[in-house]
Design a binder for this molecule. Structure first.
Ligand SMILES: Cc1cc2nc3c(=O)[nH]c(=O)nc-3n(C[C@H](O)[C@H](O)[C@H](O)COP(=O)(O)O)c2cc1C
Length: 376
């Protein structure tokens, strides 16, 4: 009652002195894709959705091709953890050709040996790798809601490309061509090698209507222009860059061994630099891969201009469940920075938009050499 009769100025003073700040809901206690209360007014749903190869993804975390994406069980775990899409483990061109040759052999009765293939295959005598792969696609499409991208590891456009149509028929949402031509054939020029990439993407693209992407390495003599030329084919995406088997030497046994199979976060930099340089300079989407081990790493690649990131090593290290953490970390960061959608910040740090574009091209440590402090 008393309050009702208090002078308006008194009420106003009281209100100004004792008003409670509307509590800011800390992003850390909110579930993913939470409601964010900002400026005491807006209620915004942080939106991580993005498009890649024309497909709609609920977030930009894609499980990269590896054994982790080779069984339906693991694919379900990856989806349950919140991935935006999956790229199935690769079917190797050699496996396809092997199967074709085995069929031929059965028909003619001639013995056949395909030596290069043996290294690649867990079970080289198993005959139906291709059929198994098509079944994996069908099963994944039946069980998962997220896009399923098939992957073919190829080194030529010879004979096998008919299979792209089978992959499409099996229901894959897209095909990723994992291509790698190590430039060690001294009789071939860089132009010859580049032509192989173009032949493969042209041939496969002519066989299917689903989007095709190219996963490549940085072993090109003119990397930037070569990536751009590749993007001007019918591919819808470039995956930058694949990580390969790295030969090493055991000095005690003097035998060849394998270098680190799994990447670490510090391996992100080659890919990060080139995503930033190529963003807005290619006619297709960019997926960043190698060294993305956390939500922060993913954010860096999105800032550089990637549409999505593809992760493998971190799934081996921490299990598929870690995807939940990564998505949550991206969401929390967007909240903190007040970005409502991925497009609000994607490419903000790309070279083309950068206030210091030369920083992406810096190759020498010059300044660091002068001031670098020894740690021992
Ligand atoms: C054990 C293992 C197996 C892989 N198998 C494939 C494969 O079959 N096809 C492919 O395109 N990439 C394959 N990759 C490469 C990954 O898809 C990924 O691009 C690469 O490892 C870089 O990402 P990361 O740093 O997150 O591991 C494999 C990687 C690892 C570690």
């Amino acid at each position: 009652m008393l309050w009702t009769y208090a002078p308006v100025t008194y009420q106003l003073t009281f209100f100004l002195l004792f008003r409670q700040e509307k509590p800011h809901i800390s992003s850390t206690i909110l579930p993913r894709n939470m409601l964010a209360v900002r400026n005491h007014k807006q209620i915004i749903m942080t939106n991580l959705s993005t498009t890649y190869l024309g497909l709609k993804l609920k977030n930009p975390i894609v499980a990269a091709s590896s054994e982790m994406t080779g069984t339906l069980d693991d694919l379900k775990k990856i989806e349950a953890a919140g991935a935006g899409a999956v790229v199935l483990k690769s079917l190797f061109e050699e496996e396809i050709q092997m199967e074709m040759e085995q069929m031929k052999q059965q028909m003619t009765g001639r013995p056949y040996v395909y030596p290069e293939t043996m290294d690649y295959m867990d079970n080289p005598m198993e005959e139906d790798q291709v059929r198994k792969y098509l079944r994996l696609i069908k099963d994944a499409k039946a069980e998962l809601k997220i896009p399923v991208i098939a992957s073919i590891n190829c080194v030529s456009s010879q004979k096998w490309t008919y299979l792209a149509a089978e992959i499409e028929k099996a229901g894959a949402d897209a095909i990723e061509l994992n291509m790698f031509i190590l430039p060690t054939d001294f009789t071939r020029s860089s132009v010859d090698n580049e032509k192989i990439y173009h032949d493969v993407v042209n041939q496969v693209s002519s066989e299917v209507n689903i989007p095709v992407s190219a996963k490549v390495s940085y072993y090109f003599s003119d990397l930037g222009p070569a990536l751009r030329r590749l993007s001007e084919t019918r591919i819808k995406g470039l995956v930058l860059f694949n990580r390969f088997y790295a030969p090493d030497i055991d000095i005690d046994t003097m035998r060849m061994t394998s270098g680190h199979v799994l990447s670490s976060s510090s391996d992100i930099h080659i890919s990060l630099r080139w995503v930033a340089i190529m963003a807005n300079r290619v006619d297709c989407d960019i997926a960043a891969t190698t060294g993305v081990h956390s939500g922060s790493d993913a954010i860096k690649q999105l800032l550089a201009g990637a549409n999505v990131v593809q992760i493998a090593s971190v799934l081996y290290r921490n299990g598929p469940e870690y995807i939940t953490q990564m998505v949550s970390d991206i969401t929390n960061w967007m909240e903190k920075m007040e970005f409502d959608t991925i497009d609000d910040f994607r490419g903000k740090m790309a070279q083309e938009k950068s206030t210091n574009p030369a920083a992406w091209e810096r190759a020498q440590f010059m300044r660091h050499f002068r001031h670098f402090v020894r740690t021992n």
